[in-house]
Design a protein around this ligand. Structure first.
Ligand SMILES: Nc1ncnc2c1ncn2[C@@H]1O[C@H](COP(=O)(O)OP(=O)(O)O)[C@@H](O)[C@H]1O
Ligand SMILES: O=C(CO)[C@@H](O)[C@H](O)COP(=O)(O)O
Length: 499
């Protein structure tokens, strides 16, 4: 039997899957790491920590593996998007990575609009200037840490740095490059025009490759540290959302994905690169050649739940913490939550907005708060679904993945709030499975990713909307939508008190 490995370098943890030729997940290892939050709006991680935890996880996986290491033919990656890793000419990391959920770059986003022009930016990159994307982070370092920027020779995204440490080679795939605001998405090349406008060069950008492309073998040093074979081929991999889509079979028009990880995403496959969503949703290259996807993003989806649990019941696991939420009726007895803990992206691109509980009543218990958090996250994702529906898309069936898909009550809630059938796959680890599929396709096991998806993916359970809950949620969603505008100026005034 032959095997591949999918490494999902997430925001909360690195999750590693060993998958056999039938698509069976033979083992899973997860190693978590923290966010470094020095002040409100900042979010960083140390790239060395990603490398160490991946090494540890791979060593554990290989130790448990009963076959030969050389039976593992390929390895590939899924990575948290947009995070800036700056390295010097010897490829030494110059500072902590600034992550996708770091919103310190509002000024730089304004500068990008002024320098490039809103319409031209949309024409070239298909996306607006958002704090989370990579170019604003590059400009922030240039402006605030000029001595570090002067030493930077190339930038990478998180999983590209990890792959570099595994192979010694520097590459970036189109799906992840699309989230930098430096890529001409339709032409699939670094935009010389944007680079010139900001005094950046092609040499500062890694060579572009397809997600299933071979990028090198495992180095002797990395093989020794992990037990991997030097013969194992390393394939580029993709952005976590592109990989989540591959790992959920979102490989043709009409398919929709809901992913609840640290962030939350509603994603739709696009064959064409020339549709106009006016920047209301993100528009990126897929991990499948010459395909695209659009998506709406909730910045703090799973993060809202983990923040709530860790703040009020750190010692409990998610199962214990969520016990009792199924008993609370839809609408949490009049308690509403907005998940704007670190600002928001879709539909309100606003780095200053913050979350609220509205309607707190003396009768509410912890389980009502927990349910309200799940509902608020899901309402935020429903706003993205509404954008897609109002653009003419039919969304009646959704595949749900990510840590959030581990909870049955939440899956039923998704079906009720989205008013669509929700499918859970046999593994909720979509991005890791997508990475493993890229390695399987890259290794020549299948003629296409679609063929691989047919062989590897299975639906485990389907959740149908319950009409009574759908009706309740339609009413509560109408109230939820008003909270953003009603709390915006309050949050503007509170800003000076945030540290
Ligand atoms: N058993 C569970 N029930 C509900 N939600 C969970 C459970 N386990 C994890 N989660 C949610 O999933 C999130 C992590 O999802 P994951 O897909 O691993 O994220 P990432 O890829 O960002 O690291 C956590 O923040 C948490 O909110
Ligand atoms: O910023 C985005 C997408 O634009 C996020 O979706 C990141 O890609 C992080 O993903 P998770 O760690 O939540 O999976």
């Amino acid at each position: 039997m032959k095997y591949v490995i999918g490494v999902d370098l997430g925001t909360s943890a690195v999750k590693i899957l060993l998958v056999d030729q039938n698509g069976q997940v033979c083992s899973e290892v997860s190693k978590s790491y923290p966010l470094i939050i020095e002040r409100s709006g900042y979010s960083e991680q140390n790239p060395e920590e990603w490398v160490e935890k991946t090494r540890e996880g791979l060593a554990e996986l290989i130790q448990q593996f009963e076959g030969e290491a050389s039976d593992i033919e390929g390895i590939s990656f899924s990575g948290q998007m947009h995070g800036l890793v700056l390295v010097d000419e010897n490829h030494q990391v110059l500072r902590n990575a600034i992550l996708w959920n770091d919103t310190r770059t509002t000024k730089q986003c304004g500068d990008i609009y002024e320098t490039v022009g809103k319409q031209k930016l949309l024409d070239i990159t298909k996306n607006p200037a958002l704090e989370g994307f990579t170019l604003p982070k590059i400009l922030w370092v240039k402006e605030n840490e000029p001595e570090i920027f002067a030493r930077a020779s190339v930038f990478m995204l998180p999983k590209d740095y990890l792959r570099y440490r595994m192979t010694g080679q520097v590459h970036m795939d189109y799906s992840d490059a699309a989230g930098t605001l430096l890529l001409n998405v339709a032409k699939r090349e670094w935009s010389q025009e944007i680079l010139d406008l900001f005094g950046l060069t092609q040499e500062f950008c890694p060579a572009l490759v397809e997600s299933h492309e071979f990028t090198g073998n495992v180095t002797a040093e990395f093989a020794q540290a992990t037990g991997l074979s030097e013969a194992t081929k390393v394939f580029a991999g993709g952005a976590d959302n592109a990989c989540g889509a591959i790992g959920s079979g979102i490989l043709s028009e009409g398919k929709t994905l809901c992913s609840i990880g640290t962030s939350g995403v509603v994603l739709s496959y696009e064959e064409r690169s020339d549709l106009d969503f006016e920047g209301k949703v993100h528009y990126f290259n897929h991990g499948e050649e010459n395909a695209f996807y659009t998506m709406g993003v909730t910045l703090a989806a799973g993060y809202s739940l983990s923040w709530f649990k860790d703040t009020f019941a750190k010692e409990e696991n998610f199962e214990q913490f969520l016990e009792g939420v199924a008993e609370v009726p839809a609408g949490s007895n009049g308690l509403l939550f907005t998940p704007y803990l670190v600002g928001e992206r879709t539909p309100h691109a606003d780095s200053n907005i913050r979350g609220s509980f509205i309607g707190v009543d003396a009768a509410h218990e912890r389980k009502h708060f927990a349910r309200a958090v799940l509902e608020g996250i899901t309402f935020s994702l429903h706003e993205s679904i509404e954008i897609f529906r109002s653009s003419g898309k039919t969304i009646d069936s959704i595949i749900s993945i990510g840590g959030g898909a581990k909870n049955e009550t939440w899956l039923q809630m998704q079906a009720d709030i989205f008013n669509a059938k929700v499918e859970k796959l046999s593994s909720e680890q979509g991005p890791g499975m997508g990475a493993a599929m890229l390695a399987a396709y890259g290794s020549g096991w299948f003629g296409s990713l679609k063929e691989c998806a047919e062989a590897f993916l299975q639906t485990a359970k389907t959740y149908k909307p319950i009409p009574e809950n759908v009706e309740t949620y339609q009413k509560v969603f109408g109230i939820y939508q008003q909270v953003y505008t009603q709390t915006k100026t309050l949050n503007d005034q509170l800003r000076e008190f945030r540290k």
